[in-house]
Structures are given as C-alpha cells and as structure tokens.
Write a protein that binds this ligand. Structure first.
Ligand SMILES: [Zn+2]
Length: 278
C-alpha cells in the first residue's frame, strides 16, 4: 500500500509557482551543441561545495505539521548496522526502505522509497508533508516542462514520455561526519557511480544522482531548511536528476550527439534554469 497525498495547491512552492511552462521557457534560448555544449558539459547539477547550516544558527520553529495522514517517520538505521552493510549496492537495503513508499500524488510513477533523516537534524530532514509537497510540485513542473524544453533546445522530435517508474531515495549528505550509506559514501554505496575528482583525486561531493539501470534518483534529505523554509538548491537538484531520468526513459539520451552524457548534463543544467529553479 502506498500513501497518497492530496493534489498540491499552487502556492505550496513558496515563491516558486508551479505553472511555469508557458512563461518560463522563453527565458532560456541557449542552443545546446558544439563548443557551448562542451563548456557546459562537466557533470554536477548535483555537485558543489557544501553549504551546511551553521550549528550556531538561531533555531526557528519548524512549520506546523500537515493534518493529513501521518507519514512514515523515516528510517533511522543505527550507524553500526549501516556500516556493516556490504559495499557496492546503490539501491536501498531492506533495512533502509520506508515501511510504505510515499507516492507523489501529482507525479504518477514517482515515489519515495527511502527517507533517512540526518542524526541530530531530524526536525527538518525527516519526512513531512511540507517536504513531500515541495518534491511533488517540483516533479510536476519538471515533467510538464520537459517535452517543450527538449524541442526548444535541441530541435529533436520527441515522443511523449511513456509511463515511468522512478524510485527516490532521500539521504543524509554525509558531510556531517557519519558517511556509511549516505551521498558521501563514495567507496561503499556509491562505489559504482560516475565520479568527478578534485585536484587531490578525491571524489567531489554530490547533492544528487540519477542511476538509470535501476530507475533510482538519490537526493539530499534537507528539502527544508532548519527554519522550515524551502531549500531551493535541493529542489533544483531534484529537477536536474529527474531530467536525466526523463531523458533516458524518453529516448532523448540515446538521440543526443556524442558524448551523450555530456550533452545530457548540459541540457539538465539548462533545464533547471529554464523552469526557474536556479
Ligand atoms: Zn547531472
């Protein structure tokens, strides 16, 4: 059984209106191809320096909880259990799955199957309806804008997106110190992901990742800031990773000029700008 929220009201996005399709697309006219594409090609809509909330920041009350059906509390697996899980499996182990997936009601086929709060930051990193609604709206905007954006940017004809299934994992960033099974678990859970290295040959941190074979999208769990406000960069990463997923599932990725992964990355970056998330 899955938990289904009501359809999200238009004002939920707190300053990021969902009805973006018609007014946003004209803002972005950059053609993707050639040199411009190469300049834009480095992966990392989900990559970049951490911007963790200061532990000394004044603590503001988190927004009151939504009166709808209670959500799963999230899976707080003990660190010693996480550390003992075998490396190399990117998808969640049974211990990490929510008791019930949280389906995004406005985004058919997309569901949250794992949501692990960050220890000591549960108030704003555990499941809440406020966060679910933001994810839902972001997904709706991304799906609604995808087709026209691709045609506008690439000139490719594209069939409508087929029915799809995307499983979403919301994870600690791992920048707080406890790394096992987080987005920073470069040598364990994310051993097999495509990595960019820094000057010291260390993997750059990520805010999100799309894995096409398993149809999974991984993003940080702090959809909300500590004060309950929207964490805009996390939502931009959500849209970025969903773009990659849609690109694969629509056949766009395979139709892009080589190297397709670079072209896809450039488009994903342009996409989040076009829909007003960056
Ligand atoms: Zn990307």
């Amino acid at each position: 059984m899955v938990i289904v929220g009501r359809r999200v009201p238009a004002d939920v996005a707190a300053g990021r209106p969902p009805a973006l399709r018609s007014r946003v697309l004209p803002r972005h006219r950059r053609r993707v191809g050639g040199a411009a594409l190469l300049l834009l090609a480095s992966c990392g809509g989900g990559e970049g320096p951490a911007a963790e909330p200061s532990p000394d920041a004044a603590r503001a009350p988190v927004a009151p909880e939504d009166p709808r059906r209670p959500l799963p509390t999230g899976t707080s697996v003990p660190l010693e259990v996480l550390a003992a899980l075998p490396p190399g499996q990117m998808t969640p182990y049974a211990e990490e799955l929510l008791e019930e997936p949280i389906e995004l009601a406005g985004c058919p086929g997309v569901r949250i199957v794992e949501w692990r709060p960050t220890a000591g930051r549960e108030a704003w990193t555990a499941p809440t309806w406020a966060a679910v609604d933001l994810l839902d709206v972001t997904c709706q905007v991304a799906v609604a804008a995808f087709h026209d954006f691709v045609i506008e940017e690439t000139g490719l004809s594209l069939a409508p997106l087929p029915p799809w299934q995307i499983d979403v994992s919301l994870l600690p960033s791992g920048r707080e110190g406890a790394v096992p099974r987080t987005l920073a678990d470069h040598d364990g859970r994310f051993l097999a992901r495509t990595k960019k290295l820094d000057a010291q040959d260390r993997p750059l941190g990520i805010w999100g990742y799309a894995e096409h074979r398993s149809h999974f999208v991984y993003v940080r769990n702090d959809v909300l800031e500590e004060d309950g406000s929207t964490h805009a960069k996390v939502l931009a990463v959500v849209a970025h990773e969903l773009f990659h997923a849609m690109s694969w599932q629509s056949g766009l990725h395979d139709a892009l000029p080589p190297p397709a992964s670079a072209a896809d990355e450039a488009l994903a970056r342009a996409f989040t700008i076009a829909i007003g998330l960056e």
